[in-house]
Write a protein that binds this ligand. Sequence first.
Ligand code: DGJ
Length: 507
Amino acid sequence: MPRLIGADGRYELKVGGKPYLILGAQVNNSSNYPAMLPEVWPAMSDVDANTVVMPIAWEQIEPTENQYNFSFLDLFLKQARQHHLHAIILWFATWKNGGPQYAPSWVKLDNRRFPRMVNRQGQPVYSLSPLAKTTLDADRSAFVALMRHLRAVDPQHTVIMVQVENETGTWGAVRDYSARADRLFDGPVPRRLVRALHLRRGTWRQVFGEKAGEFFHAWNIARFVDKVAAAGKAVYPLPMYVNAALRDPFHPGPPITYESGGPTNDALPVWKVAAPAINLIGPDIYMPDSRRYFKVLQQYHLADNPLFVSETGSSVVYARYLFATLGHQGIGFSPFGIDYTGYSNFPLGARRIDPRTLAPFALEYHLIRPMDSLLARLSFQGRLHAVSEPDDAHAQIVKLGRWEARVSYNMPAFGNTPDARARPLEGGALIAQLGPNEFLVTGVHVRVSFALTQPRSNQFMILDRVVQGTYHHGTWQFMRLWNGDETDWGLNFTSIPQVLHVHLATY
Ligand code: DGJ
């Protein structure tokens, strides 16, 4: 059974009893039909993903109330296995980007039975109210049916994790302003929440001030999602997560211009208390600049939250952020919109999805896949370091105890004159500590140079042995030693996948 385990604030996803790194690729939103699968598999193969991320829509499995149809899921699993892929499924139901568009017609058109939220002016909002028990019951029943079916048809655990709902929250209204919601909002904050956050009791406004409306909405959505997830886990306990539509990490407002009530970084403590059945909250990162990207990784890599980049852009600049994600002890990374159906979410992602677009992602997945389980294990042990090229390509120092590594970009293979040619931002380096003086080193478009952190006088670092090799299913195989030109100017990585074991010494 796939499991997410944690110790000392670090995490590991275990699949088939072994550490697993999600090198994922999420298909486009409407690729969840049999006719689209032939356009999915070639893209998965071109990007060299180990995990396909696929929506399963409520409208698709329960078009008529209580009549289920899992034929797409069955076909998808069969073909995923044929392509030697694991899968993550996404439950598109009461919330898909805040709205119930993926709920069946009998739900989304029946506002009486499944009430919508009401805004401050008393008008209906596109989001369904998280307070309606009818909606919770219907969503939960369908999700339980899905998990029960999955348990029956997936004894080999092709599906390793499930996302519950998609980008929950509401754009344009801070909370539900229906009469019932107002009554609850004027009442006390649940004891469980004030206790866990070490706050004094009071009404939402008294306890949370200007954040009251947003946190009230977050609490109600998270409670709803938790009940759906918990019921699903009761029949089939796969790891479960939610994804977040982000707020700008540096200019979050007010005003609230983001999806209120979703697991934005400010609401993470509320979500964590409200939704214990959710194993992790993943950021959907569509911010191409490194300053904001790095900040979001920090915000979602927490002692109580394993980092999984649940979605990210498909354009070239995003590929390198796999390294920074691994540097934040990430358990996985998954660019969005990866299939050849012809759709692309440009300008959020690349203009076209074709093998050329996928190449920078493929380069990294190809480099990492043969040692993915090893890296996941080293990461769980706190021995993995990785960084991505910042927008201004400045050099970074990675501290490794007695040693440190300088990671620099735009450096040539020979000499120290930076290479001025224009190049997309694609660099990244990964360094894993294998022993006191031994490191696994790899990267793309990057130079890695080692030094002593605090050299004593007349003490100098020397590269004892730089071994190039390959991993075959985690087993190291020697190819050659690097020496001479190959090491005189640091260890230079290009777009050729190369892995080194570096033995450091002093003289
Ligand atoms: C984030 C959502 O979670 C995805 O399903 C998709 O709508 C992208 N935004 C935009 O392509």
